[in-house]
Design a binder for this molecule. Structure first.
Ligand code: HEM
Length: 513
């Protein structure tokens, strides 16, 4: 019996126990089983049970009693689910850290930590393994992927991904990247004046194998399916033990099941079709490393992870960077000057060796990822149950505790990024800048350690490529009447962020591509 079946059986067993116990109680007491008695028994039983659980969780006897936090969070995960459902988990955690400090108890058995030494110790080798949050990815519809695997199985899978992301492998992706970026630019050029840049970045990011840019629309609803799936997962991730049980109840399980079937169908097709002349990510995932080739289903499942991991993240970083620059004209003009002096008269804006010279644009990318990390809360790490407590940065973390390390709160902590931690100031990333506090080891938009983002080198290359080409080709400004100040309020944290429309005017520059 696999792990998810065990969880499902355990959760079902629990539900059955809860349903049957009041009836058993009536029978034991010898009371007739009438509707009135049943209602009464359920109310008393469930009420007493809930109160005793709440009292224990709030009591000094709970293993996490020493950690401060909001009472609602300590008592029930339903509160965390509600925050996750609303998509404001990043803002909520930041507020909690301002109130309670670097260690906050955000769930009955859950901590949020933004203490630098602890963050490094937890994420780096020898730290904590991925936590319960990632159990939402374990179900019977698809093989397990790099995201949900832990321990040695994760290390083995990671080796395949690492090979797909070596510098040499990434160089081979360049021609595809250039093709897609050119396609994005020509499609933007065909639009008249005002457009929603977020929608076009989404088509670009999701359209790797799905040719959405050409169509100018997401006819299959790939983006919206992925987002529904991410939202469902981020809410269910608050109580992952229920996921397998939820799958039994339509329509909740249907969203996840439908998405998996849809994505697997596309991915399997893609793996079977092969790489068509170039070695892309799919090629590497399908080839594997082992003597025994991965199954088509297994490579396809990883390919789906690749699409999800690479799409909304990149689209979000692109959108936020444009928003920051248009909101700060002095930085926009510095980016423009840097580009115009680096790429002169007929230089190829797709020349990646020149991208490496773009110090100020790179600083803007870092500052964007600091303030708007595309995974603002990320998934959890965990002290394994039944393996004893761990001492992390001098603090005892009891066994079974889930630990979140939200980059959104960490990146805005005055402890590590000071002064003006909430302001967009790219200069703090320039060599020789003298900001009082600027701890780059706690800049973790891609996380740290053995389960950090395997695609980060590629992501940075892609961001530089698209932004260089975009700003060289077009002059951008917010569209008339667009409420630019409100744009960040439409950012929702569903593990990866979603965002609202970004309405801009585009005009071609004289030295267009
Ligand atoms: C700006 C773009 C990106 C950002 C900010 C980002 C961020 C992250 C973060 C924070 C994690 C760790 C999550 C955790 O530990 O809970 C992660 C994992 C991962 N990312 Fe990215 N990512 C980006 C782009 C990409 C791209 C382009 C790819 C693939 C081509 C990719 C593939 C992955 C994979 C496969 C993992 C799981 C790694 C593992 O479990 O070992 N990401 N990403």
């Amino acid at each position: 019996m696999n792990y998810s079946l065990l969880l499902s059986a355990a959760a079902l067993g629990l539900v059955l126990c809860l349903a049957l116990e009041p009836v058993a109680l009536l029978l034991l007491l010898g009371w007739p089983v009438t509707t009135a008695h049943l209602v009464c028994a359920y109310l008393v039983f469930l009420g007493t049970l809930s109160l005793s659980i709440a009292a224990y969780r709030l009591s000094p006897f709970h293993p996490l009693a020493q950690y401060p936090g909001p009472a609602m969070g300590k008592v029930t995960k339903l509160w965390g689910m509600w925050i996750a459902w609303r998509g404001y988990r990043h803002l909520y955690c930041k507020k909690l850290h301002v109130t309670y400090g670097p260690y906050v108890r955000i769930g009955p058995n859950e901590l949020s930590v933004i203490d630098g030494p602890a963050v490094r110790q937890i994420l780096n080798s020898g730290g904590l393994d991925k936590g319960r949050y990632y159990d939402t990815g374990n179900h019977d519809y698809t093989p397990r992927t790099i995201v949900s695997l832990t321990g040695e199985a994760h290390t083995a899978k990671r080796r395949v991904w690492n090979r797909a992301m070596t510098s040499a492998a990434i160089r081979e992706y360049d021609q595809l990247l250039v093709k897609r970026t050119s396609q994005l630019l020509s499609r933007l050029g065909e639009q008249n004046g005002t457009l929603d840049l977020v929608a076009w970045f989404d088509l670009f990011a999701f359209g790797g194998g799905f040719e959405m840019l050409r169509a100018g629309e997401d006819a299959d609803g790939v983006g919206s399916r992925i987002r529904s799936f991410m939202k469902a997962s981020s809410v269910a991730g608050q109580i992952p033990w229920i996921v397998s049980t939820l799958h039994l109840f339509p329509p909740v399980g249907r969203t996840i099941k439908e998405f998996n079937q849809f994505a697997q169908g596309l991915a399997i097709q893609r793996v079977k079709n092969g790489a068509r002349g170039t070695k892309d990510l799919w090629y590497h995932l399908a080839t594997g490393l082992e003597k025994i080739k991965p199954t088509v289903e297994s490579s396809a499942a990883d390919g789906v992870v690749g699409v999800i991991a690479a799409s909304d993240t990149t689209a979000s970083a692109l959108s936020s960077l444009v928003w920051f620059l248009l909101s700060n004209p002095k930085y926009y003009s510095r980016v423009q000057s840097e580009l115009d002096s680096t790429f002169v008269n007929g230089d190829d804006p797709f020349d990646v060796t020149k991208h490496e010279q773009l110090e100020f644009l790179s600083a803007c990318i870092n500052e964007t990822l600091r303030l708007h990390p595309p995974l603002p809360s990320s998934g959890s790490r965990q002290v394994k149950p039944n393996e004893g407590a761990r001492t992390i940065a001098g603090r005892v973390i009891p066994e079974g505790t889930s630990v979140f390390l939200p980059s959104y709160s960490l990146h805005r902590s005055p402890e590590y990024f000071f002064p003006h931690p909430d302001q967009f100031i790219p200069d703090r990333w320039l060599p020789g800048s003298d900001f009082e506090k600027h701890d780059t080891s706690l800049f973790i938009p891609f996380s740290l350690g053995p389960a950090s983002c395997v695609g980060q080198k590629f992501a940075r290359r892609e961001l530089l490529m698209v932004l260089t080409a975009l700003f060289k080709s077009f002059r951008l400004s917010f569209a008339d009447g667009f409420n630019s100040a409100a744009w960040p309020t439409y950012i929702h944290d569903y593990f990866v962020v979603t965002r609202g429309p970004l309405r801009v005017n585009l005009t071609r520059r004289h030295n267009d591509l």
